[in-house]
Design a protein around this ligand. Sequence first.
Ligand code: UGA
Length: 337
Amino acid sequence: MNILIVGAGGFIGSHLSEEIGANHGDWAVTAVDITSSKIEHLLAQKKINFLRMDILKDLEPLEEQVKNCDVVFPLAAIASPLAYVKDPLQVFELDFEANLRIVRWAVKYDKRVVFPSTSEVYGMCPDEEFNEETSNLVTGPVGKQRWIYSCCKQMLDRVIYAHGVQNGLRYTLFRPFNWIGPRLDDIYRAENGSSRVVSQFMSNILHGKDINLVNGGNQSRCFTYISDAVDALIKIIENKGGCADRQIINIGNPYNELTIKELAVKIVELAKGYDKLQSNANGVKIVEMDSTDYYGKSYQDVQRRVPCVKKAESILNWKPVVGIDQLLTRTMDFYFG
Ligand code: UGA
């Protein structure tokens, strides 16, 4: 099987390529990205064929790769909330327009698509657990630009779904819930908002800066370790008996729910165990900050985001196994061990 991973140099793409390279001898990866910095360690492998491309510009060569593959993962996207509010048009052009082209080529050449939807599509849904079939997708007013990412992904979900109904497209939509692990973000960038929350807090400690709890930090997330997540993706690729065909699947860890304040306290405590962080961790202040000061006025937040994972458990026979302490320790070991 030739698996085309567009965005193989990103966080998810790098881990998926690594796992396929290590443990799936009969699969080959065509790894497309504009950068290879997160997958340099894989490029010597024969079965990982890296092609440097800018998917906004190199349209013909990219179409050729879709034509040649068996299954395509269109993973290239901007996925940082600060970017949604600071440069929403860039998010639209990459996350929506560039990925729509790939989806259309998959339809044209009759290829299977495994598309990263997002937990963000549920937005401010009030359900206790977000369910793929029954939960409403709730976003805010247009002026709250944070939702452009959610809307781009939702629209692609709907387009892919419609191609399934009208044109027989074979697809799986998976919804990551705060996947965390090595290579998530560049923690050496010091600016607030340059990373997602786990790497942001590590970065703040590293740079001797305060940790900011946006709007008090009582909002929560369920953190999922990347190896659990990749296990689910492998099962989707295997697709035993067509179990993942035309399915929408949450991939998250409902057992790892923490408020952002609890997360900050945990990361500071763990940081005291690493030489590179110890002295800063002993002096770090955890302060509250208004979201307007942190992200600007077009930000709006999700208070609680818990996945229902019954579908992943039943159709993929999958369960997340990495607990929150192990998840944080493994991630911090990668950066500071
Ligand atoms: C993320 C991003 O949109 C994507 O990475 C992804 O699609 C999705 O959710 C997911 O991974 O499921 P979010 O969880 O809001 O969105 O992103 P973070 O930047 O990790 O923020 C989490 C929470 O921490 C937010 O409430 C944010 O306001 C808060 N935060 C962030 C702080 O309190 N302090 C900070 O310094 C940074």
